[in-house]
Write a protein that binds this ligand. Structure first.
Ligand code: ZN
Length: 342
């Protein structure tokens, strides 16, 4: 009896050790040895025929055998099921999980580009509050109350009592900066501005501006032209030409509207109709001028000693021209089919 138990033990452990075929094969071995009619179960049934003095020893040996076989079957099952699970997760024919990468909003992208360009010319970037006071939005910029020029600046008021409003341009940051800093300096001011315009393809009640201001001892109109020409050529290509049309802004004198040659027809429309410039050959991109001495007085500078120039452009306008966007509303609708293109 003892010899049989030893033989079965060797055979069983060998068979289990050699088993490779997975969960089902391990289960059939478990049935073969430990099942209701299994080899080890049969051994227990034969205990009756063992003599009384041998019985405790034989019983112990069968129990050891049962434990050994159970343990090695469990180990084998754990190994084969692990291998099967690992096999399932590396099915190389399955399509991979795709992750969409976001893109930078075209307006942010345009502002970054404008900033980088002016930083390379020695400007620094300055920002200011979006909720402004009448004082900075109008008075310091030579736009007195009751002055007809204020009509051009329809404004969202936050509080009439406190005279606070959503800034209608980025220019108040000019005077805020000048009050705290001494010339010479060159700054640009990107930011959101607000005007109660009805929304259509070319108007939005909220849009972005970049304002520029250079003040120093001997800043001339030619410096303004040189700076803006450099900007236009970097932004729209070396072929871009520029022209200044006389205009009026309360905070600059003289003032000019700045146009660039049409980026579609190059300013030479062969046919009367160019879809971009409508045959005019020029595209308006910004307003500019020499800082009005009254603005210098408002911030405590001596207009006899310092001069400067300022310019302001609409970021959406620049982006529309640069990327050929047909409707300003696309920028704010957050339709990913539009945004994904940038
Ligand atoms: Zn054109």
């Amino acid at each position: 009896m003892k010899d049989r138990i030893r033989l079965i033990s060797e055979e069983a452990l060998k068979e289990i050790g050699a088993c490779q075929a997975g969960k089902d094969a391990v289960e059939s071995l478990r049935v073969k040895y430990l099942g209701r009619k299994g080899i080890i179960t049969e051994l227990f049934k034969q205990m009756g025929s063992v003599s009384a003095e041998e019985r405790p020893e034989v019983g112990r040996l069968i129990n050891v055998l049962k434990e050994d076989v159970t343990r090695s079957l469990d180990e084998k099952a754990a190994l084969t099921s692990g291998a099967e699970e690992a096999g399932e997760s590396i099915d190389v024919t399955l399509p991979g999980a795709s992750r969409r990468i976001g893109s930078i909003h075209p307006i942010t992208k345009t502002i970054n580009e404008i900033n980088a360009l002016f930083i390379s010319l020695g400007f620094r970037v300055v920002e200011g509050p979006e909720i402004e006071t009448e004082h900075y939005n109008f008075e310091t910029l030579n736009i007195p109350l009751e002055h007809p020029s204020r009509d051009a600046f329809d404004t969202f008021y936050v509080s009439f009592e406190k005279k606070t409003l959503l800034r209608s341009h980025t220019s108040p940051v000019q005077t805020r900066f000048m009050e705290k800093n001494k010339p010479p300096f060159a700054i640009i001011v990107p930011g959101r501005v607000f005007r109660p315009d009805a929304t259509d393809a070319s108007h939005s009640f909220m849009f972005h501006q970049v304002e520029g201001l250079v003040v120093g001892d001997d800043i001339k109109f030619s410096d303004l032209k040189g700076t803006l020409t450099t900007f236009a050529r970097q932004m729209f290509g070396p072929e871009a030409r520029m022209r200044f049309r006389p205009s009026f802004f309360p905070f600059t004198e003289p003032s000019a509207e700045v146009d660039i040659s049409c980026i579609v027809c190059g300013g030479k429309p062969r046919e009367k109709r160019c879809s971009m410039c409508g045959g005019k050959g020029w595209l308006e991109i910004m307003g500019a001028g020499m800082v009005n001495p009254k603005v210098f007085e408002a911030v405590g500078y001596d207009p006899e000693k310092v001069t400067g120039f300022a310019f302001g452009m609409g970021v959406e306008r620049i982006a529309i021209l640069k990327y050929g966007v047909t409707d300003i509303r696309f920028f704010f609708e957050n339709d990913v089919r539009f945004l994904r293109q940038f």
